[in-house]
Ligand binder design. Sequence first.
Ligand code: GAR
Length: 216
Amino acid sequence: MATATSTTTTTNLGILISGRGSNMEAILAAVKAGRIPSARPRIVISNKADAAGLKTAERYGVPTKVVLPEGAKGWDYDKKLVAALEGAGVTPQDGLVCLAGFMRIISPEFVRHFKLRVLNIHPALLPSFPGLHAQRQAVEYGVKVSGCTVHFVDEGVDSGPVILQRTVPVEDNDTEETLAARILEQEHKAYPEAVRLFSEGRLRVEGRKVFIRSSS
Ligand code: GAR
C-alpha cells in the first residue's frame, strides 16, 4: 500500500545528536538561509551532556535538551525522548525526527510511534557497511566508491527505505579520517535536501522504495 509523507504546510523538526552535530548544523543553516521554507526546528536533543552540537544549536536560537539515559534502555529511554519531542511540538501528526549522529539504536516502539517520520544519515552507501565505523569498513574492504545515505528509520539497524544517496571516490591512500571528511561534505548536502523533500510532502514510500515527486 502506498504511503504519503507530510503534506501539512509546516513540519516541526526535532534533531537528535550525540556529539559534534555538523549534520544538525547543515540542516539549521539551510532553514536559516530559507532553503527549507516549510520546516521549523523546534528542539535539539542530546543523550550526552557534553555534546558540542548543543552550543551550535543555541547559536541558531534552537531550544536544546539533554536527555540522559540514567540506566534506561530501549523504549524506557525512548519514552523520555517522545516526551521531550512532543513537549516541543514535534508530534506524529506534523513532526519529523532527524537522527544526526545520534549514537543509540532507536526502539521499535519509537519507530512505530513516529511512523515514517524518523530519518537517519549513515556515512556509507547502504546496504553496504551498516553499523559502526562505516568509513573504516569501506577503506578496509577496498571499495572504490563510497558515500552517504539518508533513509527512513525502520525497526532494523540502518535498514530503512533509502531516500537519497551521494557518492564519493575512495582513493588508494585514503584513511578512515580522509574518507570520512570527503563523505561528510556530501552528508551536509544530502540531509538538508532530504528534509526539504519530506517537508514539501514529496516523498512517497511503497515497501522498500521511496519515490520523489518532482516539484512542478
Ligand atoms: C556522521 O558522519 C554521521 O553520518 C554518522 O556520525 C557522524 C556524525 O557527525 N552517523 C553514523 O555513523 C550513524 N550510524 P555529526 O555529529 O558532525 O553530524
